[in-house]
Ligand binder design. Sequence first.
Ligand SMILES: *[C@@H]1O[C@H](CO)[C@@H](O)[C@H](O)[C@H]1NC(C)=O
Ligand SMILES: *[C@@H]1O[C@H](CO)[C@@H](O)[C@H](O)[C@H]1NC(C)=O
Length: 404
Amino acid sequence: MLAISLQSVLALIAAATLASASPRLDQRSQDASTKSGPLGLNNVKCSDVTLRTSITTQNFDFVNVIDNYDSSDYVTSTFLAFTGRNEQWVAEHFPGTRSPVSSSFTLRGSYCEPIRGAKKGSSLLLATHGIGFNRSYWRYPYKGPEYSFVNHAASYGYSSFIYDRIGTGKSDIPTSGGFSRMQSPTEVGVLTNILEQARNSNVIGGKKHARIVGIGHSYGSGQTLAVTSARPELLDGVALTGLTPATEYVPDTIYSGAYTPMREIAGIENRNRPRIWIATGSRTSLVQNYIDPDNADAEAVNIARRGEEGVTLGIYTTLGNIASPAPAFNKPVLVLNGNHDLPFCGSNCERTVPPLPEGLRAIYPAASNFTSIIIPNTGHGIAVHRSGPDSHEILLDWVISNGL
Ligand SMILES: *[C@@H]1O[C@H](CO)[C@@H](O)[C@H](O)[C@H]1NC(C)=O
Ligand SMILES: *[C@@H]1O[C@H](CO)[C@@H](O)[C@H](O)[C@H]1NC(C)=O
């Protein structure tokens, strides 16, 4: 988010600010609801999917870094320099050049389909989670099915595919290459490959999927956006949640996150992760980055904390470099954010006119329908909040009303 793309992204925000009048955004109820589609929230059946990807991606070269870092002080010193002395850090470590890197990964996911009432001709909803979570962000294991996006989708007859991003859940967890391999271009390459397999093979749900809506949360939205720039034909619509073009709150997020090698963190399940994997240093750090604590149940947050997943320095320092305009993407775009999002809005998405998420409109000049919605009383990790069930309904309402 920082590094070399900062200037261009800020220019995009400025353009968007000039170009669009302030929209009246939806204001929805803050209470968890059990609203659903006509088929009800128990109409889903999920099966395990194993995908193998072999990709070659143009990765960023890093110089003078420890690729297989294993010390928490190195992590801290890198973040302090990346945030506090960004230009100097970029000059010393990030030449901006790229080299091909070949990778093979095994990914695990779930294909979740309606038990009955599958909607004819409907798109596959292919969802990519963000940092700190795994595929269960979309099937959130709190309370009943109302917190689970895939259950809401099936209640309207839609099928979903959710997967553990590399380094999380049951997918491959690389033990090395914290800068050189585990960085954003690799993951955009993985998502691109998954979409190709979904369209051209039977590996997901035993059939080819002719129409696919890309759904993302946070970094998963950034990856989905990157696909709409480079390979617009792979997606029929995108719903980007937890994403704005603003980069100025990234340092706050890094500081509050107090990122620490997972091996050194007490109270999380995934303490056995290889040393390149880091996570927020405490429950407080997780809450600051992801949650509006007045508006999420403590047990829902505890679940996120216990199961927290990791990230690498390479991912964090290249996140901003995958967001480029998508002038050829001429299909519907939804941008959905919690109004108290820290990483992308500094805890107030409506601090500007038009609100920050609107800035993504400039990236999609050809979108057939651009909708930006801000959910009240919600932080960055939208699905964990009491508004989570409503946000799932809002997203599906957009899918259906856009004929996807
Ligand atoms: C995935 O994350 C959830 C919490 O979001 C956690 O409960 C679960 O244990 C994690 N799964 C794996 C395989 O790590
Ligand atoms: C654009 O999307 C909104 C929902 O986000 C919907 O209400 C509206 O009907 C859509 N417009 C068109 C022309 O499809």
